[in-house]
Design a protein around this ligand. Sequence first.
Ligand code: CP
Length: 307
Amino acid sequence: MKHLTRLMDLTEKEIHDILNTADQLKYEVQHDIPHPRLQGKTLGMIFEKVSTRTRVSFEAGMYQLGGHALFLSSRDLQMFRGEPVEDTARTLARYVNGLVIRTFDQKEVDDFARYAGIPVINGMTDAAHPCQVLADLMTVREYKGSLEGLKMAYIGDGNNMCSSLIVGALKTGMHIRVACPEGYDPPQEILDFAAGYGSRFLLTRDPIEAAEGADDVQTDVWVSSGMEAQTDRRRCDFAGYTVTDEVMAAARADAILQHPLPACRGEEVSGEMFERHAAEIFDEAENRLHVQKAVLVKLLGREPASV
Ligand code: CP
């Protein structure tokens, strides 16, 4: 593994290795065991979109690993005045040991990976959100003990989260049912990938059908960053796709609810369901820190010794 641009590029073993390292690093944080595995390393963080969790967890994670993180907002780089990605990538690679990029177009992340010659991590694009889904898989494994054979349900937009969840769930032996309104299905490339897993994948228009017997129910906002002009239309189109008591009642009694955050209560999730499952949702947010540290250690540093 040279980069983390999308989960599609990882093997099941690589995903499990990241999750195992994340568990180890979480243990070390919780037991105040110093783990400066990236001493002297610098991570550049290019953000063309706002972020709370991704930015802060990468920055705090690099500090905990003994390294340093440089936050580079859209105001800070010549790239945003037209300097080509390939020149920016080749320049930054002379200063830093790795890059995190949050942007719109997946091609930009892929181009950074192609030209930089240092590890590149996708901090979210319109196509994929691999760091979030690795944290989700870590959280499911914490609550359920393993992933193999578990049932995930995703209710909502067939967006970057949905695509990465489909890939992450299927690669780790889970079943996944996705309920999207017509016109909001995941991209064909993802549906073609899922078709290779036969009955472990189902696309439906019915949130209850998706949630039936699920161990893990997932959702995401109806209006992602950059789609604000579509707010009214999306609120209409997604009516009936709120994760409510009725949807959760269709899942297993011990099902967990996950949300990448930020959440819009009353849209994709009812306020009552959000608060009932807040412990799981904020464990998931915490696990962004641990799983991204694991990715950083894998890409920029040495492996930790096992517990
Ligand atoms: N879930 C997530 O990526 O959160 P941020 O947008 O706050 O980084």
